[in-house]
Design a protein around this ligand. Structure first.
Ligand code: MG
Ligand code: MG
Length: 264
């Protein structure tokens, strides 16, 4: 069941999404070699609570933290912990904020300064695929148009598109309908209509599309242990335009390594 949002609901989600963007910005300042991933989680939780929200992920089906922190070959749902970042790592930070009854959800993958050129390309192209998908998320299209656009772009580079995890509607619940896969066929799937709010989140692997789940019941890794990238935005569909609700602006302002290749 898809819950369409009113203007009033959108206003709240927009506010929550700004807080979420700033959480990402606070985390971005700290990402450097030597930082413990548990420290990033502490800072995020404190910031969320100081701004009148609560972390969407903490205790969600038993998830133990405010951030999903996924390093290198971890695709998504990694736990923060004692691991200290190294300069050749990539790290995906996924965060959700619950604010005035509504969730927001977005993710970003950072390269540290020593990341190899191939992995940097994976990140640039995955980032681009998010916006290629967003461009198809308009009233009158179908979810399959978004899925197909992402899949065909990233597969042209030989990358693997994760099948087991997908984007999703967001609202009073963190995961609502529709599902938004990163693979699919043009013209298929639910129709996109004004009032829909959903997260688009390509999870793209440098090698195989296949993933495995760790014994902790959460952590998802690539089965060939090659790196994986993840970027996520939430959009609100309107009659004549689609608004990107979440923001990476604060990340771009605060992260010291300016890694994006704008010409990609
Ligand atoms: Mg999501
Ligand atoms: Mg997310």
């Amino acid at each position: 069941m898809v819950y369409l949002k009113t203007e009033e609901e959108l206003a709240i989600i927009r506010e929550g999404s700004q807080i979420l963007g700033k959480v990402h910005g606070e985390v971005a300042r700290l990402i450097k070699p030597g930082i413990k991933t548990s420290k990033l989680d502490e800072v995020a939780e404190e910031f969320i609570r100081d701004h009148g929200g609560s972390p969407s992920f903490k205790n969600y089906n038993g998830f133990p933290a405010s951030l999903c922190i996924s390093v290198n070959d971890v695709v998504v749902h990694g736990f923060p912990g004692n691991y200290e970042l190294r300069e050749t790592d990539i790290i995906s930070i996924d965060c959700g904020v619950y604010y005035k009854g509504y969730h927001s959800d977005s993710a970003y993958t950072y390269p540290l300064v020593g990341v190899d050129a191939e992995t940097l390309l994976l990140l640039n192209r995955t980032y681009d695929s998010l916006f290629i998908g967003i461009a198809q998320a308009k009233a009158g299209n179908r979810i399959g148009d978004v899925s197909y656009a992402i899949q065909s772009y990233v597969e042209s580079f030989g990358y693997g598109v994760v099948r087991e995890l997908v984007g999703h509607g967001v609202g009073k619940r963190l995961h609502e309908d529709p599902e938004v896969p990163n693979y699919g066929r043009r013209g298929k799937g639910p129709k996109i209509v004004a009032g829909m709010v959903f997260a688009i989140e390509p999870m793209i692997n440098r090698g195989t599309k296949n993933v495995v789940q760790e014994r902790d019941g959460w952590t998802i890794r690539t089965s060939d242990r090659r790196p994986s990238a993840h970027f996520e935005h939430m959009v609100a569909v309107k009659e004549n335009e689609t608004e990107v609700l979440t923001t990476h602006k604060y990340i771009e302002e605060n992260y010291s390594y300016k890694w994006r290749n704008k010409s990609q």
